[in-house]
Design a protein around this ligand. Structure first.
Ligand code: NAI
Ligand SMILES: N[C@@H](CC=O)C(=O)O
Ligand code: NA
Length: 433
């Protein structure tokens, strides 16, 4: 075999980045793969002016790439779950290896796709699907393979982190920053996936599947977005020595496995609290290695292409050796097929609470009595001076760790107090220590 032949489907942000990196770094890439890697075909609805495809066959029908007998590796970069699934299954049926950046596809249809790939003896690789250019999939599959993973927590959506950072540092409006993230090619085709946490939930189930050896279970993730994070909470968090980050958290304990995506307050002294802009970071705690942290660009054409091309190189090595190579994702066994999943109301964490209280003696005592009855203590407090003409003052509390349903029922009681006005805002707090 003289070269490994690649067909790229989708020539948008990531497709064009992949095409260009493969061309520009051709010499280094071939040396590392031990064989030439040639893009012989591109499947794209339209040309992309940032790519010179003069030497490549361009097809408008992406399925022609899946059916091309010359193609060894099909690279799926069209996004979405319907056509992308058919395309990937067609490629597998044709005996081709697949590389994809599509987290929605893997999270929602991965179990089926990996089973088909395993039966066909082909690889399906997806490094770019989680945390863009950070080699986190490789870290979990290979570098941390000796460990029992206890928990992981990550900033795994670049768009969301970019929005939170710009709002905090420059006081910019949410919608304005989102538009910029879209223009920079960071956002999903439907940006509500980014801001409502769906994209992070897709990525989290992939990480959890690898970390805990469990099937992909997208429907088990508790998901809360960043669209309701208020600027005053960002400010109060800072006063308390915390930052608000949109985290994906997966934890395994004797009670079960929890999977959750939500705005989270973390101590500002943690490295991960200082990961800003489009950068992502994933903290992984293994029983042998302890905590490890992975950092890098979570979105964008070439950072994502870096991960896509790394997968192509890995598969090219396998193709060259004529073997099955790297294990497919589904390395769970009968013991982990049906893990106990912990519902969100059973999860234990600390909380930040903000409420509007009447400015008179005894109010704090009423609130802390309700919390104490639920075995929750107040760990820190900010009580603002009353403003002129404002009969109520913001009361901000940090609580001890509590079970979610106990905290929620305490909130209901606090909201019913005549001295408390409106709803109580809550944000979960994690020390990540
Ligand atoms: N943009 C980013 O920073 C990252 C994106 N991803 C994932 O990579 C994938 C691609 O994302 P982007 O490149 O950002 O999207 P994009 O929208 O820029 O590119 C997708 C391209 O595929 C083409 N396409 C879609 N359906 C097609 C069809 N049936 N036939 C022919 N062409 C078709 C579109 O015309 C478009 O040019 C998605 O799964 C996304 O979630 C993953 C990591 C980072
Ligand atoms: N829209 C995603 C792209 C990468 O996965 C993000 O912003 O992180
Ligand atoms: Na990655």
């Amino acid at each position: 075999m003289k070269s490994v032949k690649v067909g790229i489907c989708g020539l948008g942000t990531v497709g064009s980045g992949t095409f260009n990196v493969l061309g520009r770094n051709r010499r280094e890439i071939s040396a590392r793969a031990g064989i030439e890697i040639d893009v012989i075909q591109v499947g794209a609805r339209r040309d992309n002016p940032s790519c010179n495809t003069a030497d490549v066959a361009v097809e408008r029908d992406i399925f022609a790439v899946a059916k091309n007998p010359e193609v060894d590796i099909l690279v799926e970069l069209i996004g979405g779950t319907d056509v992308a699934k058919s395309l990937v299954l067609e490629a597998i049926a044709q005996g081709k290896h697949v590389v994809t950046a599509n987290k929605a596809l893997i999270a929602e249809h991965g179990n089926e796709i990996f089973a088909k790939a395993e039966a066909a003896g082909v690889q399906v690789m997806f490094e770019a699907a989680v945390a863009g250019g950070i080699p986190i999939i490789k870290a979990l599959r290979e570098g941390l393979a000796a460990n029992r993973i206890q928990w992981l927590a990550g900033i795994i959506n670049g768009t969301g982190n970019f929005i939170l950072t710009e709002m905090r540092d420059k006081g910019r409006a949410f919608d304005d920053v989102l538009k910029e993230a879209q223009a920079l090619g960071y956002a999903e085709a439907d940006p509500t996936f980014d801001v409502e946490g769906i994209d992070a939930a897709h990525k989290l189930v992939i990480l959890a599947s690898l970390a805990f050896g469990i099937p992909l279970q997208f429907d088990k993730v508790f998901t809360e977005g960043i669209s309701k994070v208020a600027p005053e909470d960002v400010g109060y968090a800072q006063e308390l020595g915390y930052r608000i980050k949109h985290l994906g958290i997966a934890r395994q304990s004797s009670a079960g496995i929890e999977l959750r995506v939500h705005p989270t307050m973390i101590p500002e002294k943690r490295l991960i609290a200082n990961v800003d802009g489009v950068m992502n970071a994933v903290l992984v705690k293994g029983d042998a290695v302890g905590p490890t942290l992975y950092y890098g660009a979570g979105a964008g054409a070439e950072p994502t292409a870096s991960a896509v091309v790394a997968d192509i190189i890995d598969v090219a090595r396998v193709v060259q050796q004529g073997g099955r190579g790297i294990a497919p994702l589904a390395f769970y066994n009968a013991a982990t097929q049906q893990p106990t999943m912990l519902p969100m109301d059973q999860v234990e964490t600390a909380y930040y609470l903000r409420m509007l209280a009447e400015d008179r003696p005894g109010v704090l005592a009423q609130v802390s009595t309700i919390l104490a009855e639920a075995n929750i203590s107040v760990e820190a407090l900010i009580q603002k001076e009353p403003q002129q003409d404002a009969p109520q003052v913001p009361l901000i509390l940090l609580t001890s760790r509590a079970i979610e349903h106990q905290l929620m029922s305490a909130i209901t009681q606090i909201e019913a107090l005549p001295v408390i006005h409106g709803e109580v805002t809550h944000i979960r707090v994690e020390s990540l220590g």
